[in-house]
Design a protein around this ligand. Structure first.
Ligand code: ZN
Length: 247
């Protein structure tokens, strides 16, 4: 089975459409690690587009705040403004869909999906000790996580943890990682709608379970279109600018 793995789309329809066009015909089942909404200009359209994929999807912290399940008190001011703006833009049907999204971890075949970590959907797994803690919570060999918006992750082999950073050249669209059966992996497909690893292209991954292979993708999209729509919506300038830098 070939899985498309999306995370942190953040209401960026232009980025989502570009990713889906790039990987069309290359996957059989879509998985989504949460944060469909928040930050970007098109929450309603993004939720509808994701739903049309009939994916396995779990919720992220922005889905929780953007659908009003919790307040956005712990968000920074820009993120909070975007969360409150988002709430008023979702149809009742899509709002209910987002509210009902399951909390991770969620198992698919023999691998695991989480938004933050295996024990906290709000945890940013940046550091090696956090990766070890989250791997320790489960016996799964392969875990996909999101939330940090950084493509790559961690590999544990022979009790040694290696940080995996994906740096794709401007022209190349995908990097392949062949999975070692003796290693354990905590992998982040990167963010579709608000990358923060210095590459402003939309990110995603494809996991080929039969081949034990993960492809990390980067797809250019119309950043200016998303930024224009954010300006028209009156969303915070800092959120608009950061898309140019991928930070
Ligand atoms: Zn996010």
């Amino acid at each position: 089975m070939r899985y498309l793995i999306l995370s942190d789309i953040h209401s960026n329809l232009s980025a989502l459409e570009a990713v889906l066009a790039a990987v069309e015909g290359k996957f059989e089942k879509a998985l989504c690690l949460g944060d469909l909404i928040g930050y970007g200009p098109d929450p309603e359209e993004v939720v509808s587009r994701v739903r049309a994929l009939n994916p396995v999807v779990l919720r992220g912290n922005h889905d929780r705040a953007g659908s009003g399940l919790t307040d956005a008190e712990d968000f920074n001011p820009s993120a909070r403004r975007a969360a409150l703006w988002t709430r008023d833009r979702l149809s009742t049907d899509n709002l209910n869909y987002v509210r009902a999204l399951p909390v991770g971890p969620l198992a698919v075949e023999d691998f695991l999906l989480v938004h933050g970590s295996t024990f906290d959907e709000d945890e940013y797994v940046f550091e090696a000790y956090q990766a070890l803690e989250t791997l320790r919570q489960t016996s799964h060999r392969l875990i996909f996580f999101g939330h940090t918006h950084l493509q790559g992750g961690f590999v544990l082999h022979d009790k040694k943890l290696e940080v995996l950073r994906i740096h794709l050249k401007e022209k190349s669209e995908a990097a392949e990682l062949r999975l070692d059966p003796d290693a354990r992996y905590l992998l982040n497909p990167g963010s579709v709608g608000q990358p923060r690893d210095g590459d402003n292209r939309a990110a995603c991954a494809i996991y080929d379970a039969a081949e034990a292979m993960v492809e990390f993708w980067r797809v250019p999209y119309d950043i200016e279109l998303t930024q224009r729509r954010m300006s028209e919506a009156g969303l915070p300038e800092a959120l608009i600018q950061r898309l140019s830098f991928g930070r």
